[in-house]
Design a protein around this ligand. Structure first.
Ligand SMILES: [Zn+2]
Length: 262
């Protein structure tokens, strides 16, 4: 189980990886889970939580309500008593277990989705879950005993959020990705302008490590580099589309995940 530490947080553990990451934050007696992973990982998730000595959860923060992040929300709420926290614009999707798939943000994913989106949408429904608390722009988690806050970081979807710990580590959901050919810029995003604004917002926190919903940790230097590249592209002279397909040309070798506490 990969593990990080911050000034006041005893541990951030990656309790599930593979297709979707799930993180457990522990600070004193506080136990907070960020995202849920896929339905088929439920037994693994229970095992990992048991291995970490977790019988109850104070909260489940959903970075957003897409199926690959929220499919086990209902089970976690029922089995662990977790208070489910989601952005106010995602709570209806969570309740229905039917969050709209995001748009492709680069040529391969745009082509992939062409004509397929509505058929795929029917296949990504899950057991709906009521939200116990919703977030607008920001929610402080100090009342749960953690020096952390939830920040609205839209772009991948309108209600995307990140969890910021001690201004050292941010759990960013799909605001970034670091898996396969994708390095930082996510292959799916509803609004690229909003996404870049969210990157800037996350850089303003001073965090040094960004943990995405898919793939491995992203260091601050890499995010700064990608942000500047994207910003230059947006302000590039006419003739070049501001949001072209260059993400597909980004080299995964440029990814330099920071060292984690083993
Ligand atoms: Zn995702």
């Amino acid at each position: 189980m990969t593990r990080w530490e911050t000034r006041s947080c005893d541990a951030v553990r990656q309790v599930l990886g593979g297709r979707s990451n799930v993180f457990l934050l522990t600070s004193g007696s506080a136990r907070i889970l960020v995202d849920t992973g896929r339905r088929n990982r439920w037994p693994d998730l229970q095992d990992r939580l048991a291995g970490a000595g977790v019988e109850r959860l104070d909260a489940l923060v959903l970075t957003h309500a897409h199926f690959d992040h929220a499919e086990n929300a209902r089970r976690l709420r029922d089995a662990y008593g977790a208070t489910v926290i989601v952005h106010e614009s995602e709570s209806g999707f969570l309740e229905r277990g039917d969050a709209p798939l995001p748009a492709g943000s680069v040529l391969p994913t745009r082509l992939f989705f062409r004509g397929l989106r509505s058929a795929l949408q029917r296949r990504v429904r899950y057991d709906g879950c009521p939200a116990d608390a919703t977030v607008g722009d920001r929610l402080d988690l100090a009342s749960l005993g953690v020096n952390a806050y939830v920040l609205h970081t839209p772009g991948h979807c309108r209600g995307a959020m990140s969890v910021v710990l001690d201004d050292e580590i941010a759990l960013v959901g799909d605001a970034m990705v670091n898996a396969g050919p994708w390095s930082v810029f996510p292959p799916f995003a509803d609004d690229i302008g909003q996404l870049l604004d969210s990157w800037r917002r996350l850089l303003e926190t001073g965090c040094r490590i960004f943990l995405p919903g898919h793939g491995t940790a992203i260091g601050r230097a890499l995010l700064e580099q990608r942000y500047e590249e994207r910003r230059r592209r947006v302000s590039a002279p006419r003739g070049r589309p501001p949001h072209d397909t260059a993400a597909s040309r980004e080299s995964p070798a440029a990814s330099r995940p920071p060292t984690a506490v083993p």
